[in-house]
Design a protein. Structure first.
Length: 203
């Protein structure tokens, strides 16, 4: 049984569902949630700053460190690493709509293409070398991937999965094939990583 591990949470890869349905019920107070951003409130406005704290005195009391951090943040602990990925185009579109929903409604949002350029190959940047991971699942095969992750950890897998943060402000049909192809071409490293994950961990 793997008693301690790191979970690199890639944005928009069902991480919220994993933490609510699996990590918190199983590991409870033994889970350290490393938040990528600190939220500061100033004159009624929410302001975000990066959180680089390493929690130097807290490690021993936790079995899992989970959050939106780059793979090398906790490399010095030499713990097994886990993660999930998603098809790069679908992940990017979901990311765009999730983080820009308010501005989209106001017509103040950057275009999907411009947004995609700013976040190109994000998964590759965050995960690094996938051979260093004990297991990486894929969102498109979520239930089976979660079962394999639980088998690897030698813990009981939840029987019922309740999806979290399901967006209803767009459907895949809203995005043209031309735009999807352009986003794919911007994310060739992520496409290569995604296919490599499937070959190594899923097939």
């Amino acid at each position: 049984m793997i008693n301690k591990f790191i979970y690199v949470h890639i944005l928009k890869t069902a991480g919220t569902s994993i933490i609510h349905n699996f990590i918190r019920p199983v590991y409870k107070e033994r889970c350290l949630y490393d938040r990528m951003f600190k939220i500061r409130h100033r004159r009624g406005n929410r302001r975000f700053t990066f959180n680089d704290q390493l929690y130097p005195h807290d490690y021993e009391q936790y079995d899992i460190i989970f959050g939106h951090f780059k793979y090398d943040k906790y490399e010095h602990l030499n713990l097994p690493m886990f993660s999930f990925v998603r098809h790069p185009v679908d992940r990017m579109i979901s990311h765009y709509y999730h983080y820009n929903v308010a501005n989209i409604k106001k017509g103040l949002c950057p275009s999907l293409i411009k947004f995609s350029k700013n976040w190109a190959n994000y998964m590759s940047h965050m995960l690094g070398d996938i051979s260093k991971y004990r297991f990486i699942g894929v969102v498109e095969d979520f239930k089976k991937s979660l079962e394999r992750m639980c088998d690897t950890l030698e813990v009981e897998c939840p029987q019922e999965i309740v999806p979290q943060r399901v967006s209803e402000i767009y459907t895949p049909d809203d995005i043209s094939k031309t735009v999807r192809k352009e986003i794919e071409n911007m994310n060739l490293k992520d496409m290569e990583l995604y296919n490599a994950v499937i070959d190594k961990y899923i097939k």
